[in-house]
Design a binder for this molecule. Structure first.
Ligand code: FE2
Length: 240
């Protein structure tokens, strides 16, 4: 697989990182008393352990230039030392805290069946398939959005960044704007994390490893969709 085909195949996966129920979460249709399930499942599948998942890519990577990029991202995620000021997993908890949720729930989360399966695949892909798969799954699949093309191509649609006061949690669930600390931090650092992720993948993954990376990304997409189906059902959102 050549570099351009690799780039297109990765972008094609990310452009499908949509879920039918997302509109219910962003339009206030999810009942307030079920919303905690969404935050708990997100936290326990990948948010809490994101620095560890990323660290697994780092420790397996033999390419020093790629390792440096992973280390910078890891340092920010684990400590907030470059931009956010606090560890990103901690900042995530400001959402449920700001919504008045019981944070004790976040200490012992039971994963839904498809959440458990997705987490299992994240563990497998970050531990047992080499550094390139681990880096793709963490820096592209987990951190990326359906707008990855806009990170690479100045003519493509960019990640929308509406004012924080228009954030769905503020508009529909009365979240105080200050609780969007993680959203704010991501807007500060995400441009550089996106650029770094694409450099790592496109400049450093050997041609012979590219097909396995694409296959892992496709498997992530399928497992993530099933996970979001389970969260939607738990939150009382049915397909229209
Ligand atoms: Fe982050």
């Amino acid at each position: 697989m050549d570099r351009d085909d690799f780039r297109e195949a990765l972008l094609a996966v990310m452009e499908q990182k949509h879920h039918w129920a997302w509109a219910a979460f962003t339009s206030g249709r999810v009942a307030r008393d079920r919303l905690h399930l969404h935050f708990e499942q997100e936290y326990a599948t990948y948010v809490r352990d994101f620095p560890v998942l990323l660290g697994r890519a780092y420790i397996q990577c033999p390419v020093a230039a790629a390792r440096r990029e992973l280390a910078a991202n890891l340092y920010e995620e684990e400590t907030g030392g470059l931009a956010a000021g606090r560890p990103h997993p901690e900042l995530f908890l400001e959402y449920p805290r700001g919504l008045g949720m019981d944070l004790a729930r976040f200490e012992a989360i039971a994963l839904l069946p498809a959440a458990q399966a997705w987490r299992g695949l994240l563990d497998a892909h970050t531990q047992a398939h080499g550094w390139a798969v681990a880096a793709a799954v963490t820096t592209i699949f987990l951190e990326g959005t359906p707008y990855e093309r806009g990170e690479l191509d100045p003519g493509a649609l960019r990640r929308p960044e509406p004012p924080l006061t228009e954030h769905p949690l503020v508009r529909h669930y009365q979240l105080p704007v200050e609780a969007l600390a993680l959203t704010k931090a991501h807007r500060q650092v995400e441009g550089s994390h996106r650029a770094s992720a694409w450099r790592i993948l496109l400049d450093h993954v050997a041609a012979g490893e590219r097909a396995a990376v694409v296959a892992a990304m496709q498997a992530q997409l399928a497992a993530w969709r099933a996970y979001r189906d389970d969260v939607a059902a738990a939150c009382g959102v049915a397909p229209e």
